[in-house]
Design a protein around this ligand. Structure first.
Ligand code: TXA
Ligand code: ATP
Ligand code: FE2
Length: 579
């Protein structure tokens, strides 16, 4: 391998026609971007692909010219070592233009082709610029929103949006109020003059959904109450700046909460942010504050690396190229539904620590660690044996007295009104559903005291370990049965992870019902099971037998329509076009 790698990156999944040159020796990234601006409405796939068709050759031409000017070798040598391009996810018509351009360039320049997953690139650019070794990543982009963490050769999706991406949701609201695309920056600007109004807030384990909050936002703007009736104020609706402010508080509060839950579940103390919505200062502020309070490190790349850009494609392309991860022309098809967990991660570890890339990184701290650390059970910073810090609460453990005290402390990153509402609601629900579950034959701790105003619960100490530390098919099957019993009784747990199950020999107890709620929708039951399934995938070395056991247990007691729906939930491609 040569002692310096130079990669031409090409991006064009939706709106950014972009090319970049990454020089691994100097760590320089030169990016040329030509943005597609719809004349009205959101992104039209056909118009966007026409933009790619015109703009990609131009941005590539400029970057190649720069590559030639800065190339040391003889003019007969190609000015770059490989061409990297976004293979997906994205809009099919756009991806095809980019794929065709990349293939042609690789043939003309006689250099290999590297096919990059755009979402993994959003993550890896943060890992590259921070020097973090194994961070949790929050991707907050237009068409996506998800949490990723590395485990056993893949980036696992720990949690994601159950409907549209975060940026697209915001853009739909701004279209409704007549603002031009993209809406995100306009919401950020308007929010500066806003005050807080109540809007829905939906997280399910580490998954979340935006559809409810978005339709409520539109209705309140229009002056229609959620029940369909009277006006919100005399001039028709809630002032738009109040809605923008509150949208940011709730949506970014949700993203920050799930990010904290992912840090807690994985035991990681590093978070990176990726995606265009990451340009929002309020989102970055919330994430930074949450991390500071947990004693975790937070990193957001500079703005040019957050929104779609070819720089991130070139940087990940260089790592893949160094690992020998190139594509033959005949297997270089684009994939509009390319999920990040489909990508075999070839470049981490030995290949990445090749001298070239090691020297190239601006900040090399943490790079020396011997092996890839596995995701570990996390007890949170500063805890000792008698106190556990969960993602939400501080739990004092008194096993000898057979008692635990759980306090939901204020989260200062959240708006105080929202924080108060969530803590009271969840404490009340946890008390009610913990008892209700036991009546349905599901082992849970007995509740001895509740103080709603202090968001404090006193509960029986149960089990001697978390399921996370004692995974077995029998126990997991038991949990499958428990969930089916709850669902038969018309409610969900809301956060059934391997840390919210306590184990005592063969017996398994469900704890932490604060995200539960009453519902008769098959979709909600399937989601509950999906959260458990995701937590098995996120924490077990060999999750398959456990996932099967969970389904078996559920099948013993529950409604098979829920398992059928689970299959749909899992198969749903989350990439949705914006139109
Ligand atoms: C697959 C790919 O095409 C797609 N890319 C994408 O969505 O572009 P990206 O640049 O990551 O994000 C654009 C979104 O980012 C939002 N955005 C940009 N600046 C913002 C800001 N200051 N506040 C809030 N949202 C912002 C825009 O409104 C828009 O919805 C993706 O990564 O999901
Ligand atoms: N009743 C109990 N008996 C024994 N241990 C408990 C009990 N309740 C909680 N714990 C311990 O404390 C940990 C955190 O509790 P809990 O899940 O209720 O808090 P949390 O902040 O909601 O956590 P998270 O949101 O991360 O799931 C549990 O994983 C478990 O190890
Ligand atoms: Fe993107």
């Amino acid at each position: 391998m040569s002692n310096s790698i130079r990669i031409l990156g090409i991006e064009g999944t939706a709106w950014a026609a972009s090319a970049a040159l990454f020089d691994a020796e100097t760590d320089d990234v030169v990016i040329e971007t030509d943005a597609y601006q719809p004349e009205s409405g959101g992104i039209h796939p056909r118009e966007a692909s026409e933009h790619m068709h015109d703009a990609i050759p131009e941005v590539v031409g400029r970057v190649l010219e720069h590559a030639r000017e800065t190339h040391d070798g003889p003019p007969s040598e190609p000015p770059v070592d490989a061409v990297a391009f976004s293979r997906g996810p994205g809009l099919g018509p756009c991806l095809r233009v980019v794929g065709t351009a990349a293939r042609a360039l690789s043939q003309v320049l006689e250099v290999p082709l590297v096919g990059v997953n755009h979402m993994v690139a959003h993550l890896e650019i943060g890992r590259h610029t921070s020097g973090f070794d194994s961070p949790v990543c929050l991707n907050a982009s237009g068409a996506n929103a998800h949490l990723l963490a590395y485990r056993n050769g893949r980036y696992r999706v720990l949690g994601e949006t159950m409907d549209t991406g975060v940026g697209n949701s915001i853009d739909k609201f701004t279209r409704h109020v007549g603002w031009s695309h993209p809406g995100g920056p306009k919401v950020e600007e308007a929010a500066k003059d806003g005050e807080y109004v109540d809007l829905p807030y939906v997280v399910k384990g580490m998954d979340f959904s935006f559809s409810g909050i978005m339709s409520a936002a539109k209705q309140r703007y229009d002056g229609v109450s959620a029940s369909g009736g009277s006006s919100d104020s005399s001039d028709g609706g809630v002032p738009v700046e109040d809605i923008c402010y509150s949208l940011q508080e709730n949506i970014f509060g949700m993203l920050t909460e799930v990010a904290e839950r992912a840090l807690s579940l994985t035991g990681s103390d590093e978070l990176v942010l990726g995606g265009g919505v990451g340009r929002n200062a309020r989102l970055r502020e919330m994430l930074a504050e949450m991390c500071a309070q947990r004693g975790a490190d937070f990193h957001a790349p500079e703005p040019r690396f957050l929104g779609d850009n070819a720089g991130m494609i070139a940087v990940l392309g260089a790592k893949m190229y160094a690992a020998g991860d190139t594509l033959a022309l005949e297997e270089s098809r684009v994939d509009p539904n390319f999920r990040p967990d489909q990508v075999p991660v070839t470049w981490r570890g030995r290949a990445e620590r090749s001298e070239d890339l090691e020297n190239a990184s601006g900040d090399v701290r943490n790079r020396e660690r011997a092996d890839e650390p596995e995701l570990a059970a996390g007890r949170g910073a500063g805890s000792d044996d008698s106190q556990v810090r969960g993602a939400e609460a501080l739990v004092d453990l008194e096993p000898d007295a057979g008692r635990v005290t759980k306090r939901r402390r204020a989260k200062t990153y959240r708006h105080p009104a929202l924080d108060e509402r969530l803590r009271t609601e969840r404490t009340t629900l946890e008390a009610r559903l913990t008892s209700l579950a036991r009546r349905e034959g599901v082992p849970t701790p007995v509740l001895s005291d509740v103080d709603r105003s202090e968001a404090r619960l006193e509960l029986e100490y149960v089990g001697d370990r978390d399921l996370q530390a004692a995974l077995s098919p029998d126990r997991v099957r038991d949990v499958g049965r428990h969930l089916a019993r709850l669902h038969r009784a018309g409610f969900v747990h809301g956060d059934p992870t391997t840390r919210n199950v306590r184990v005592d020999g063969d017996r398994t107890y469900l704890i932490d019902f604060g995200l539960g709620y009453h519902t008769d929708h098959v979709e909600d039951y399937a989601m509950d099971l999906h959260v458990f399934d995701q937590s098995l995938v996120g924490t077990a070395d060999d999750p398959e037998p456990l996932r099967e056991a969970a389904r078996e247990g559920y099948r013993d007691v529950g409604d098979k329509r829920v398992l059928e729906r689970l299959h749909d939930v899992e198969g749903r491609g989350r990439y949705q076009s914006d139109t």
